[in-house]
Design a protein around this ligand. Structure first.
Ligand code: FES
Length: 65
């Protein structure tokens, strides 16, 4: 049995996802399955949709955090 997915919104950083999650295309086809990854929410990553750490150099500040 896989771990239930959890989403952590990091202060002034990425969105960390743990637990088995399917990535799907626009038609719902599974592209790949991951168990831990971070999504970019600052817009500066060169590897979107994943975080590459660029938020730190960009000085990203999340609204309301
Ligand atoms: S949140 Fe990390 S690069 Fe955008």
């Amino acid at each position: 049995m896989s771990e239930k997915p959890k989403i952590f919104v990091k202060p002034n950083g990425s969105i960390r996802v743990t637990g088995e999650v399917d990535f799907v295309d626009s038609e719902g086809n599974v592209i790949k399955t991951e168990s831990a990854f971070s999504l970019c929410r600052c817009g500066h990553s060169k590897n979107k949709p994943f975080c590459d750490g660029a938020h730190r150099e960009a000085g990203f500040e999340a609204p309301g955090m």
